[in-house]
Design a binder for this molecule. Structure first.
Ligand code: AMP
Length: 397
C-alpha cells in the first residue's frame, strides 16, 4: 500500500510517496514558488531532478507531482490509482479536529474556518487539500493529520490559562502545543528502542530546531507541552522569545508605540537567540561566534541549554519521575555539546551522559551510560512517516 504525504505551505508543497509495507520512501520532492515563477524538485530511483516550471496554483503543483510519480523515467508507480490515500499535514485542528480525520468537502470548509489558529499554515493546508480533491477525484481518501492532535488530551490543569474562563469558552484560548506529530513519533520510537511498552514509560521529548518544544509523555500520552496557544511559547528559539513576562510586551508597545502586529513580529521574528546574540538564528553560527569569544552568542547558547534543562526538570516533577529524555530535530539530533549542556545538571535525577556515545553519529540510539538510571536517547524525527502511519490507521478503520 502506498501513501502520498503532502505538506503544503502558502507557496510551496512538499511531498513523499511512502510504501507502507517497508515504510520506505519511494519518491520525494518539492514544488516551490507556486504562484510565482515555480521550481520543481523530484527525487526517485537514486536520481534527482530540478527544473523551473510555472505553477500558477497548488492544483498545478499536484498535477506536476502526479505526472512525475507516474513518469517513465522519474516515476515509481504505473498509475495514480496505486496511491491508496493522501495524508495532509495540518498545523492546528483547534478543538474541532482532535485526531487524524478522513475529509470531505464539508469538513474542508470547517477546517477553513479555523485559520485564525494558524494563520500562516492552515490556509495552505486547505489549499493543498482542495487541490488534491480536484485533481485526484473523490475515490482517493484525503486524510488530515494534526500537529496539535498528540497534545489535545493533556489535562486541563496543563491546558487552560489563568485568565477569565469566558475567553476559553468564547474563543477557545488554551494551550494547543505544536510539533505533536514529531513528539508522538519519537516517544513511540523511544519505547521500541528501549524494548518497553510505552505504557510503562515516563518520557520527556525535546524537539530542538529553529522552533523548539519540550513535551512530557506519560504512558504514551502527552500530559504537558511547552508551546501554547501559539508556537511562540516555551523555551527561547531561533527567532522567537518563548516565555516572557506578558507585561514586557505591553511595556515595549507603550514605549516604542508599536501596534499588536508589530509587537508580534518583534517577538516571533526578531527575538530568541537571534535577538540576544545579534549574530544569527542558526546554532552553528552561534557556536562559531562563541568560540571566537562573542559573549552574547555564548549567553544565547547558555540560556537555551538552561531553559531546556528547566523544562525537563519540571516535567520530571510533573510526572513524578522520568525514564528517558529524547532529543530530536536539527539541534537535538546534531549538536552533542548542546545535549551535554542540557543533561549535565540533570545528574541529580540519575541522567548520566556517555561522552563517547554522545559524540558519535547515527540513527536512533541511546547516548547515556549503561548505568544511567534515566536513558538519554537521540531519535531522528520522521514526521512524514508518522503522518503516513496515521493516514493508514484512518483508512483501515
Ligand atoms: P530544524 O528547524 O529542525 O531544521 O533545525 C535547525 C537548527 O538545527 C539550526 O539552528 C542548525 O544550527 C541546527 N542543525 C541542523 N543541522 C545541523 C548539523 N548537521 N550540525 C549542527 N547543527 C545542525
Amino acid at each position: 500500500m502506498k501513501i502520498l504525504v503532502i505538506n503544503a505551505g502558502s507557496s510551496s508543497l512538499k511531498y513523499q510517496l511512502i510504501d507502507m509495507e517497508q515504510e520506505a520512501v519511494l519518491a520525494k520532492g518539492l514544488c516551490d514558488r507556486i504562484g510565482l515563477d515555480g521550481t520543481f524538485k523530484h527525487e526517485a530511483n537514486g536520481d534527482k531532478l530540478e527544473m523551473e516550471h510555472p505553477m500558477p496554483n497548488h492544483a498545478e503543483g499536484i498535477k506536476m507531482v502526479l505526472k512525475h510519480l507516474t513518469d517513465e523515467k522519474w516515476g515509481v508507480i504505473k498509475d495514480v490509482a496505486e496511491i491508496s490515500a493522501v495524508g495532509h499535514r495540518v498545523v492546528n485542528g483547534g478543538e474541532v479536529f482532535v485526531e487524524a480525520t478522513l475529509m470531505d468537502e464539508e469538513k474542508v470548509n470547517t477546517l477553513e474556518s479555523l485559520t485564525e489558529f494558524a494563520p500562516l499554515h492552515n490556509p495552505a493546508a486547505v489549499t493543498g487539500l482542495r487541490a488534491c480533491m480536484e485533481v485526484m477525484g473523490k475515490d482517493v481518501p484525503q486524510v488530515t493529520v494534526y500537529d496539535t492532535a498528540f497534545h489535545y488530551g493533556m489535562p486541563k490543569t496543563a491546558a487552560i490559562y489563568p485568565i477569565p474562563y469566558e475567553y476559553y469558552e468564547k474563543y477557545g484560548i488554551r494551550r494547543f502545543g505544536a510539533h505533536g506529530t514529531s513528539h508522538g513519533y519519537v516517544a513511540g520510537e523511544c519505547a521500541k528502542l528501549l524494548g518497553k511498552d510505552p505504557k510503562e514509560l515516563k518520557i520527556v521529548t525535546c524537539h530542538l530546531g529553529n522552533g523548539s518544544s519540550i513535551t512530557a509523555v506519560d504512558s504514551g500520552r502527552c500530559v504537558d507541552t511547552s508551546m501554547g496557544f501559539t508556537p511562540l511559547a516555551g523555551v527561547l528559539m531561533g527567532t522567537r522569545c518563548g516565555d516572557i513576562d506578558p507585561a514586557v510586551a505591553m511595556y515595549i508597545m507603550n514605549k516604542e508605540g508599536l501596534t499588536p502586529d508589530e509587537m508580534s513580529n518583534l517577538m516571533n521574528k526578531k527575538s530568541g537567540v537571534l535577538g540576544l546574540s545579534g549574530v544569527s538564528n542558526d546554532f552553528r553560527d552561534l557556536d562559531a561566534a562563541a568560540a571566537e569569544g562573542n559573549e552574547r552568542a555564548r549567553l544565547a547558547l547558555d540560556m537555551f541549554a538552561y531553559q531546556v534543562t528547566k523544562y525537563v526538570g519540571s516535567y520530571a516533577a510533573a510526572m513524578g519521575g522520568v525514564d528517558a529524555i529524547v532529543f530530536t530535530a536539527g539541534i537535538g539530533e546534531n549538536n552533542p555539546a548542546m545535549r551535554n549542556a542540557i543533561t549535565k545538571p540533570l545528574a541529580f535525577l540519575g541522567a548520566e551522559m556517555d561522552e563517547e556515545k554522545n559524540n558519535t553519529r547515527g540513527g536512533a540510539r541511546v547516548v547515556s551510560t549503561d548505568a544511567s538510571k534515566v536513558k538519554i536517547c537521540v531519535i531522528p524525527t520522521n514526521e512524514e512517516l508518522a503522518i503516513a502511519r496515521q493516514t493508514l490507521d484512518v483508512i483501515s478503520k
